[in-house]
Design a binder for this molecule. Structure first.
Ligand code: GLU
Length: 277
């Protein structure tokens, strides 16, 4: 399934990803919480260490972080039986999450900022301009913007796991050079690697997108924030000439590897509008 992406295009994409000056990193709930849904200090510190490996190279980084609902569940004794409960849990978890990010980035003397947005803010040109101005100012100040959907006022994402699409929209709208989506699987596979031991890793997506989309649709359980939304977000971004990578959050030095053009996860080569579907 990789033969239709030529080796030169792949190596150009890796070099382009490595050279990115502005990067958006998206981290999912599984990359931040443990089996009991407590915020996992080790996982969070590892993510921050990985981001530091980009910042210390002089790159600008924006983080789109899920985990608010997850962290809320670990914090108070309530479940996500209703959307209203999930919303309330997110508000408990979000402040806890930001507290931990603040502490973890302080190990490197870095400061962070919280931005909560909704899909409607991104769709509205005036609000989007305001959002972009805030982000530009923060990046200018050397502060790491940490973005999540405002679950207290928007419920779309609690139902479909929309941070994948939000990070893609921001990547395109704000103008970044690379999107990295960190998740609990090592990229895109020919099946669901959690259930199918024969599922093969797909290292690169380009002209093979149509086939990749088919296998992903087939293997997806349709669950919250699954591989499908990650693949479609990465594809949107690559269609705007921006490389996108889906990789495993537990992979050692995952972002340093990206910055050094090593092979990691699945890379979507920039296709500048040319699609085969
Ligand atoms: N905003 C949700 C949370 O922080 C996550 C939704 C998603 O993963 O897309 O828990």
């Amino acid at each position: 399934m990789t033969e239709r992406v030529d080796a030169a295009a792949l190596s150009r994409a890796r070099e382009q990803a490595a050279a990115a000056e502005r990067v958006i990193v998206k981290a999912g709930t599984n990359s931040l919480t443990d089996a009991e849904s407590n915020l996992d200090d080790e996982k969070l510190d590892k993510l921050v260490d990985d981001i530091e490996s980009l910042l210390s190279r002089g790159k600008e980084v924006m983080l789109v972080s899920s985990g608010a609902v997850g962290a809320g569940i670990g914090r108070i004794d309530h479940d996500t039986e209703t959307v209203e409960k999930s919303q309330a849990l997110s508000t408990v978890g979000q402040s806890h999450l930001m507290h931990r990010y603040t502490e973890s980035f302080a190990r490197y003397d870095r400061k962070v900022a919280q931005i909560l947005i909704t899909e409607h803010d991104l769709d509205n040109p005036e609000r989007f301009t305001n959002f972009r101005n805030t982000v530009e100012t923060l990046l200018d100040w050397g502060i790491v913007p940490i973005i999540n959907e405002n679950d207290a006022v928007a419920t779309e994402e609690l139902q479909i796991g929309d941070n994948d699409m939000i990070s893609a929209s921001i990547a395109i709208g704000v103008g970044v050079d690379l999107l990295v989506t960190l998740t609990d699987v090592g990229g895109v596979y020919t099946g669901n690697p959690k259930e199918d031991p024969d599922a093969e890793h797909i290292p690169v997506v380009g002209e093979n997108y149509g086939e990749v989309e088919d296998v992903v649709t087939e293997s997806s359980t349709g669950g919250f924030g699954g591989i499908q939304t990650k693949v479609s977000g990465a594809r949107d971004v690559s269609e705007h000439g921006i490389p996108a990578i889906i990789a495993k959050s537990t992979e050692p030095d995952v972002l340093r590897k990206v910055a050094e053009a090593e092979s990691v996860g699945t890379i979507f080569v920039p296709i500048n509008g040319e699609t085969d579907d």
